[in-house]
Design a protein around this ligand. Structure first.
Ligand code: CTP
Length: 406
């Protein structure tokens, strides 16, 4: 699976007034290219060097330069909590001094004081300013707050002098942010951070007329448990959900697309699949639909009613057919008999990397219940058999298998 720590990450770039501000333009460009959502905050003096228009065009977001703007009061607390990382590039001697001392006279500083995310400073200034004991004391103070300093470069400076104080190169800053976020992910066990996973869940309803449909008993509970297990590991989840009774809790990394029919689920999945790292297909898709859906309620005119059913698209097989080498696909199979044989056949036919086999016995139905007894069969031949356990636990095991497939 593709692992990009910056994909989907929310990063604030704080720009203060320095000739090196032009490098922040390249930095924002690199971050956006890596898939990050970027918000730029500038000090008023930074706008003398680079216009807000440059940054707002690159980040596709309004640039903040003041706590009060034309739109009214800018909620700096909200922005501070929104971010996964706050990077000051360039950080001038003045900005470092103010932040080391909690002076809050710019929106840059207000967001800094509200931020709970990692904060990194990429300083830029003349060599003597950099070496001055007050600057070095401020740097130490900021490090003491748990902030990171991205080392300055050495060389020719805007003043004409030569020495330490150059802003780190944009690529070096991106690397520092990536390393920092990856280390935090590893600490939090967020091993799927930056990965996008498509999940189908629930039944589909195939209309007969405006008030009736053909459907099944799928509750969507397995899919909702899987969404939670994936989110816990840091993944971004695209849940395509049929009309299920189970509802997922809201989460900033979860997008839910509600669909009704197999064709709607198919279209939503096909649109999402190219940008996904993995897919888990738990939906109980109706294999057939009425050939025509009456536009008015069907009346009970005769003693018998015959329906012609036509085949629905096989969503999992469609995705499996166009699966790229960096994508992983896991399916489910609910069987009443000869489970292993059928499940292996489905894995092959639909190009799954693993399939979760659920044997339906009269005493233990998976539909609607909170437990499940599964065997996970992998395309490499490995077989993992489990005791009956909660769907939450099954979900964790399936996510464990997905992680192992990367
Ligand atoms: N699936 C799908 N689209 C369909 C049918 C199934 O995406 N139209 C997916 C299911 O979500 C599951 C896997 O394919 O992950 C196997 O589903 P299942 O209903 O067991 O298999 P079918 O191919 O429909 O075979 P059958 O009904 O004959 O057992």
């Amino acid at each position: 699976m593709a692992t990009s720590t910056l994909n989907g990450r929310r990063i604030i770039v704080g720009v203060s007034g320095s000739i090196a501000a032009y490098k922040a333009v390249l930095l924002v460009r690199l971050l956006v290219k890596a898939g990050a959502e970027v918000r730029v905050i500038m000090t008023p003096s930074a706008t003398e060097f680079v216009s807000t228009l440059t940054f707002s065009t690159l980040s596709k977001q309004e640039v903040l330069t003041s706590v009060i703007s034309e739109e009214g009061w800018n909620n700096h607390v909200e922005l501070g909590l929104w971010a996964d990382a706050y990077v000051f590039a360039p950080a001038t001697a003045n900005t470092l001094a103010k932040l080391a001392n909690g002076i809050c006279d710019t929106v840059l500083a207000a967001v800094y004081l509200s931020a709970r995310c990692p904060v990194m400073f990429a300083p830029a200034m003349d060599v003597d300013m950099w070496l001055h004991p007050s600057t070095q004391a401020n740097i130490q103070r900021l490090e003491g707050y748990g902030n990171d300093i991205i080392p300055v470069g050495e060389g020719e400076l805007a003043s004409g002098l030569s020495g330490a104080g150059r802003l780190a190169e944009p690529e070096t800053i991106v690397e520092a942010i990536t390393t920092k976020l990856a280390a935090i992910d590893a600490e939090d066990g967020k091993i799927l951070a930056g990965e996008r996973v498509l999940l189908t869940a629930g039944p589909t309803h195939e209309p007969l007329d405006p008030v009736r449909f053909i459907g099944n008993h799928s509750s969507g509970k397995m899919g909702v448990a899987l969404a939670a297990a994936l989110l816990q590991k840091g993944a971004h989840v695209e849940l395509v959900l049929g009309p299920a009774s189970a509802k997922p809790a809201e989460h900033s990394n979860l997008t839910v697309t509600h669909v009704r029919t197999a064709w709607e689920m198919h279209d939503a999945c096909v649109a999402l699949w190219p940008s996904m790292d993995a897919g888990i297909m738990t939906a109980a898709v109706a294999d057939y639909r009425p050939e025509t859906a009456a536009d008015k309620k069907i009346k009970k005119d005769g003693d018998a009613l015959s329906l012609t059913l036509v085949k629905n698209p096989d969503i999992a097989a469609t995705l499996g057919k166009v699966k790229k080498s960096n994508q992983r696909l896991i399916g489910f199979a609910l069987e009443t008999n000869d489970g292993k044989m059928y499940a292996l056949g489905k894995m092959k036919r639909k190009n799954f990397d693993a399939i979760v086999l659920n044997l339906h016995t009269p005493e233990a139905t998976a539909f609607g219940g909170d437990t499940n007894q599964v065997t996970i069969l992998k395309a490499d031949g490995e077989e993992l058999a489990f005791e009956r356990m909660s769907k939450v636990k099954v979900a964790q095991e399936v996510v464990g298998v997905l992680i192992g497939l990367r």
